[in-house]
Design a binder for this molecule. Structure first.
Ligand code: NAD
Ligand code: UDP
Ligand code: UDP
Length: 343
C-alpha cells in the first residue's frame, strides 16, 4: 500500500530454465533503525543494492556517519538523526528495528537508557508499524537465553536470566521487546519477525567497543597483549556479518514469525579465539589474563535447525575466513593504511 512508484528488476530464469526472464517488483521503502551501526550499515548496503529505498533512523550513540557516507547523494537513501525513544511519523513498507547498543561496555554505560531504547523505542516502532501497516523485524539476541542451562540453545528454551544483574538492562530489555512484538502481532495483527542474533563480527565494528573479537584484533594490531577475561574457557559462537544480513533479509521476506536463532554454530573458547587471532595477525602476540565481568554466560552456541529448515539459511563464512576481512578494515582504520582492503 505504501510502495513507491519506481521499480527494480530481479533477473530470474524462466520455468524452462533457458530463457532469462526479467521479473519486476515494486521498490520498497524500508526503515532501518540503528542503520548507522555495525550490522545496520551492512544491511543498508544490501537493501540499497537490490534497488529499494532506505530511511536510516539513528541517534549516533554508537553508530557513525562514516559507515553510510558512500550512500550520501543517492536519492534512494535518507539519514535521520532521531532517538527511537521519541515517537516518529514515516510512511514505509518494512521496518528493520536494530537501534540499541550491542556491546556490553556500551549498553552498561547508561542502563536506564538501554531499557528505554529497548522498551519505549520498540513500542514506538511497533506503533509506527501498526499505523502504516508495515512489516516489522526485531533484532533480538542470544542474551535472552541468559547463562543457558541448555546447550546448544534451541528457540523453545526460555532461558536463565538474572532480572536484577548488570546485564539485565540489555537481556531483560530485549525479552520485553520480544513480548511487545508478539503482543502487537496477536493483538493488532501486525506482521512481525523476530531474530535472535548470536555474537557477530566484521568490518565497521567500533574499534574500542570492548567486545572480544574487536578487542583481540585491535590489541594484536597495536602489539598489545590479548586480554582474556576469567580462565578463557567460556565459549561463544562467532558469525560473520554478511551471513547475518542474509539471514535477516530471508527472515523479513519469508512467511515465518520466528523467533529464529541466527548465528554460526562453530563454538570457540576465548583462548581458542585468541589462537586464531594470533595465527591471523601476529603469532607472537601475548595473552594476558584479567578478572571476568559479572554474570558472564559460560557458553553459547546456536541450534540453527529451524532457520535451516524454514528459511533455507545457514552461515557460509567460517571464523578463519571471516577474521582476515575484518583485520584489513581494522588495520586501515587504526593505521590509516590505504593499501589495505576496506569494508
Ligand atoms: P551497534 O552499536 O553498532 O549499532 C546500534 C545502532 O543503534 C548504532 O548506530 C546506535 O547509534 C543506534 N542507537 C542506539 N540507541 C539508539 C536510540 N535510542 N535511537 C536511535 N538509534 C540508536 O550494534 P550492532 O552490533 O550493529 O547491533 C545491531 C542490533 O543487533 C542491536 O539491536 C543488537 O542488540 C543486535 N545484536 C547484535 C549482536 C552482535 O553481535 N553484533 C548480537 C545480538 C544482537
Ligand atoms: N507511534 C509512533 N509513530 C507512529 C505511530 C505511533 O512513534 O507512526 C508511537 C506512539 O507515539 C505511541 C507508540 O508508538 O507511543 C504506540 O502506538 P500505538 O498506536 O500502538 O499506541 P497508543 O498511541 O494508542 O498508546
Ligand atoms: N572477553 C575477553 N576479553 C575481552 C573482551 C571479552 O575474554 O577483551 C570475553 C567475555 O568475558 C565474554 C566473551 O569474551 O566471555 C564475549 O564477550 P563480548 O563482550 O564480546 O560479548 P557477549 O557475548 O558477552 O555479549
Amino acid at each position: 500500500n505504501h510502495v513507491l512508484a519506481s521499480e527494480s528488476t530481479l533477473r530470474r530464469r524462466s520455468v524452462s530454465g533457458k530463457v532469462p526472464l526479467v521479473v519486476k517488483r515494486k521498490s520498497l521503502r524500508i526503515v532501518v533503525t540503528g542503520g548507522a551501526g555495525f550490522v545496520g550499515s551492512h544491511l543498508v548496503d544490501r537493501l540499497i543494492g537490490r534497488g529499494d529505498s532506505v530511511v536510516v533512523v539513528d541517534n549516533f550513540f554508537t553508530g557513525r556517519k562514516e559507515n553510510l557516507m558512500h550512500h550520501f547523494g543517492d536519492p534512494r537513501f535518507e539519514l535521520i538523526r532521531h532517538d527511537v525513544v521519541e515517537p516518529l511519523l514515516l510512511e514505509v513498507d518494512q521496518i528493520y528495528h536494530l537501534a540499541c547498543p550491542a556491546s556490553p561496555v556500551h549498553y552498561k554505560f547508561n542502563p536506564v537508557k538501554t531499557i528505554k531504547t529497548n522498551v519505549v523505542g520498540t513500542l514506538n516502532m511497533l506503533g509506527l508499524a501498526k499505523r502504516v501497516g508495515a512489516r516489522f523485524l526485531l533484532t533480538s539476541t542470544s542474551e535472552v537465553y541468559g547463562d543457558p542451562l541448555q546447550h546448544p540453545q534451541v528457540e523453545t528454551y526460555w532461558g536463565n536470566v538474572n532480572p536484577i544483574g548488570v546485564r539485565s538492562c540489555y537481556d531483560e530489555g530485549k525479552r520485553t521487546a520480544e513480548t511487545l512484538t508478539m503482543d502487537y502481532h496477536r493483538g493488532h495483527g501486525i506482521e512481525v519477525r523476530i531474530a535472535r542474533i548470536f555474537n557477530t563480527y566484521g568490518p565497521r565494528m567500533c574499534i574500542d567497543d570492548g567486545r572480544v573479537v574487536s578487542n583481540f584484533v585491535a590489541q594484536a594490531l597495536r602489539k598489545e597483549p590479548l586480554t582474556v577475561y576469567g580462565d578463557g574457557k567460556q565459549t561463544r559462537s562467532f558469525q560473520y556479518v554478511s551471513d547475518l544480513v542474509e539471514g535477516l533479509m530471508r527472515l523479513m521476506e519469508g512467511d515465518h514469525v520466528g523467533p529464529f536463532n541466527l548465528g554460526n554454530p562453530g563454538e570457540f573458547t576465548m583462548l581458542e579465539l585468541a589462537e586464531v587471532v594470533q595465527e591471523t595477525i601476529d603469532p607472537n602476540a601475548k595473552i594476558e589474563f584479567r578478572p571476568n565481568t559479572e554474570d558472564d554466560p559460560h557458553k553459547r552456541k546456536p541450534d540453527i535447525s529451524k532457520a535451516k529448515q524454514l528459511l533455507g539459511w545457514e552461515p557460509t563464512v567460517s571464523l578463519r575466513k571471516g577474521l582476515p576481512l575484518m583485520v584489513s578494515d581494522f588495520r586501515q582504520r587504526i593505521f590509516g593504511d590505504h593499501k589495505a582492503g576496506g569494508a
